[in-house]
Write a protein that binds this ligand. Structure first.
Ligand code: C2E
Ligand code: MG
Ligand code: MG
Ligand code: MG
Length: 283
């Protein structure tokens, strides 16, 4: 009812909504403090190619709350967006990722790896976003294509022209662009054709039941076919079993990410994991 009354309406009579609002305010306060006190960490999850060799990792934000366990992003990303804290936090993730790429570029056995960074709509929409990416990439001295930005279809809410132009600027810089959670949003195929993308990322939602649900199997197949006909790469997230991987590979999926290979790990553990692989061997 609050919605019908207009977006600025405050709903004093609904105790449940009041409770949610209070919770959100508390979370926002906690997040500001967490940011000031450096409670954020990044885990890295391997991505592998068709041959099972690591192609790179995805950077995944973690919040280590002093009184609670690790707080998952699903609990705080939307509040970070609402409070705009996602702008400095996202910038920090980008810096950390590029610093890590710079480290790896010094090592023969690591220099081929890419790092995927999730970009929220709020960040992408910021007028300085492209300049900031450019600055971070330049200052870290990395090869720009090793930075992969994971964007979502929700960007299109801002309009196709603006989105295409901004993505074009990022592409011109040489960074890699992937469309995360593909299939969950509302992008039309005519829009998709216009976006300067390198990769589609199939959402875990479709991978989960790929072997038992004919609809999910059909969706995954369609996404892979679509990527191929548009000349894009395609990666599946949430791959947990060899059977899921085999099915996706058979359809032509060229990259994979999921617990089957490795869960997201703190950098030290990721380094040990990579050391434990025979140089360049399959995961
Ligand atoms: P996402 O980008 O779609 O990331 C994939 C999520 O799937 C991650 O959850 C990852 O831990 C999880 N995952 C990976 N493999 C498997 C698997 O085999 N099975 C299952 N069940 N899950 C798997 P996580 O780390 O909780 O992140 C959730 C979401 O939070 C991300 O979804 C992304 O949208 C957002 N996020 C994470 N880090 C950042 C960040 O630095 N910035 C922004 N803006 N968003 C972030
Ligand atoms: Mg992602
Ligand atoms: Mg995803
Ligand atoms: Mg997802």
């Amino acid at each position: 009812q609050a919605k019908a009354a207009g977006r600025n309406a405050v709903c004093f009579f609904d105790p449940e909504m009041q409770a949610t609002a209070t919770e959100n305010a508390a979370l926002a306060t906690d997040l500001r403090q967490a940011w000031r006190e450096g409670q954020f960490l990044i885990d890295y999850q391997p991505q592998v190619g068709a041959d099972g060799r690591m192609t790179g990792v995805e950077a995944l934000l973690r919040w280590r709350h002093p009184q609670r366990d690790m707080v998952p992003p699903s609990h705080f990303i939307s509040t970070a967006e609402e409070t705009s804290l996602i702008i400095p936090i996202g910038h920090w993730v980008l810096q950390q990722a590029c610093a890590q790429l710079a480290e790896w570029s010094k090592r023969e056995d690591r220099k081929h790896l890419s790092i995927a960074v999730n970009v929220s709509v709020r960040q992408f929409r910021h007028p300085d976003f492209v300049d900031e990416v450019m600055t971070v990439v330049r200052e870290s001295g990395i090869a720009p294509h090793k930075l992969k930005l994971e964007l979502t279809e929700s960007l299109l809410a801002d309009g196709i022209e603006v989105t295409v132009a901004k993505m074009g600027n990022l592409k011109a810089m040489g960074v890699t662009l992937s469309l995360d959670d593909f299939g969950m949003g509302y992008s039309s195929l005519s829009y998709l054709k216009r976006l300067p993308l390198d990769q589609l990322k199939i959402d875990r939602e479709f991978v989960k039941d790929i072997l038992t649900d004919a609809n999910d199997a059909a969706i995954a197949k369609t996404i892979i076919g679509l990527a191929q006909s548009l000349g894009l790469g395609v990666i599946a997230e949430g791959v947990e079993t060899p059977e899921q991987r085999a099915f996706l590979a058979k359809q032509g999926c060229d990259e994979f990410q999921g617990f089957l290979f490795c869960k997201p790990l703190p950098i030290e553990e990721l380094e040990s994991f990579m050391d434990s692989l025979e140089s360049g061997a399959a995961v």
